[in-house]
Design a binder for this molecule. Structure first.
Ligand code: HEM
Length: 428
């Protein structure tokens, strides 16, 4: 008896069926594969090309500008391996594994014998690719200090990692403290996402230690192909999220997001930084607010997402607009007003996911937001906004930050290359 070969077989079969007008679903890889029984449903099923993987290799890592997927698992990992060579080997192995997983393959070639435990746990066999992306970021801990410089990285530490100081409203949980490595694993099928996390951790056995996982859910599968599109989704306050995000067609998008060669350290060129925060919402207090007060706190209309006094979600937010009584239409302490006023340069790119654990005994539970902001320079793009929000934002009365960390998202990789290439290169 041998274990099933790989997800490739299922995908290859589905790809073959596509030629016979057998596959339905969205064009951007969010679709669920039809079984061959479904394929007989008739001509109305239509022919849609098989999903293509989100490209793993490139100048930048995948998972930053792809349209928000339905699920995210952010996984904090400590590195047990010792020395640059061990780190290089670990990251090399993980790059190969991650690239395979995003193409729908099992994490590694199958075990030589069915008397050995299979290398892949198998629960993603026959599942769609689901726009799986696996993004690796490194935390301050990896860079050690001159005294304890396990990986000879102390001189390569990006100063930006220390850019976000603590702010008011944080009640940080020690077990969620920043980790050496952060894996951002996202996709439209939670089973595919969880499979990737489980098998990557297994592939690093002995070299890495799992620290924590923060899981969130976002828009339905295939809602938008790239970030910053008008199709926003709702957070647990019922408001549209992501409206004012920059989008890739906008002038200056790349310059606001990706580290440029002149920024330093040179090895980070093509990477970016991610500020992660897990924020718990006081939904009981929020639910007691009337609609007008909720809209005043956010500074947008709940239903449409439009700025107050406007009808369209994408209408211009005019903080100087006054009502007939001469008072500002948008309260200067509204979330969007404070955030907008504190955004003086290129805006950060927000990719937030909802988190929920509501139950009958505790209706608020741990409902909240897994907030991710990507920026070329967190010191100028994120820190001032965080500080202004902590001080003035009406919404801060309803949020508690329980986890916070800043990570360097490594530059992209080339085919056959490794996440270690830039980090451990000879470039300073
Ligand atoms: C639980 C926490 C949070 C919730 C529920 C929340 C919710 C929202 C909502 C509903 C909007 C309006 C729609 C949009 O443009 O996305 C918004 C905008 C925004 N938020 Fe938040 N947010 C949270 C935390 C944060 C944090 C921690 C930051 C900064 C580090 C932040 C920065 C921003 C920015 C920059 C905007 C766009 C403002 C503009 O220029 O129009 N938010 N947020």
């Amino acid at each position: 008896v041998t274990e099933p070969v790989s997800r490739r077989r299922a995908l290859g079969l589905a790809g073959a069926l596509a030629g016979g007008a057998a596959i339905g679903g969205s064009a951007i890889g969010g679709a669920v594969w039809r079984s061959s029984a479904d394929a007989t449903a008739g001509p109305s099923a239509g022919a849609t090309p098989p999903p293509t993987p989100v490209a793993f290799h490139g100048a930048h890592q995948a998972g930053v500008t792809v349209g928000p997927q339905a699920h995210l698992m952010a996984v904090g990992v400590s590195v047990a391996a010792d020395g640059p060579d061990a780190l290089r080997a670990l990251l090399g192995r993980w790059t190969v594994a991650a690239e395979r997983l995003t193409r729908g393959h099992q994490v590694a070639e199958r075990s030589p014998s069915s008397r050995l435990p299979p290398v892949d746990s198998g629960e993603a066999d026959d599942r769609d690719l689901s726009r799986l992306t696996i993004t690796l970021a490194v935390g301050e801990g990896l860079f050690g200090s001159p005294a304890t410089d396990r990986f000879a990285l102390a001189a390569r530490r990006p100063p930006a990692l220390a850019a976000v100081p603590p702010t008011a409203g944080e009640v940080l949980r020690p077990h969620l403290a920043p980790a050496d490595l952060l894996l951002l694993v996202a996709g439209d099928d939670l089973q595919v996402v969880a499979h990737a996390v489980r098998n990557l951790i297994s592939a690093g056995a002995g070299q890495v230690g799992w620290r924590w996982t923060l899981s969130g859910f976002g828009p339905p599968a295939g809602a938008s192909a790239t970030v910053g599109q008008p199709s926003t989704h709702r957070n647990l306050l019922g408001f549209r999220e992501g409206t004012a995000n920059p989008h890739p067609e906008q002038a200056g998008f790349d310059e606001g997001l990706w580290v440029q060669p002149s920024d330093g350290p040179a090895w980070m060129a093509g990477g970016t930084y991610v500020v992660l925060r897990h924020m718990v919402l006081d939904l009981a207090a929020w639910d007691a607010l009337n609609l007008l007060d909720r809209e005043r706190v956010i500074g947008r209309h709940r239903r449409s997402g439009a700025p107050l006094g406007e009808r369209e979600e994408l209408a211009t937010l005019d903080l100087a607009a006054e009502g007939p009584d001469g008072r500002p239409v948008t309260d200067p302490r509204a979330h969007v007003a404070v955030a907008r006023a504190a955004t003086t340069g290129a805006p950060m790119l927000r990719r937030s996911y909802n988190t929920a654990a509501a139950g009958p005994d505790d209706p608020s539970g741990e409902a909240g937001q897994l907030f991710l902001a990507f920026a070329r320079d967190p010191a100028t793009q994120v820190t001032p906004v965080l500080q202004a929000l902590a001080e003035h934002d009406l919404l801060s009365g309803y949020t508690t930050t329980v986890a916070a960390g800043t990570y360097a998202v490594l530059p992209g990789t080339t085919a056959g290359g490794s996440w270690a290439d830039a980090l451990l290169s000879s470039t300073p």
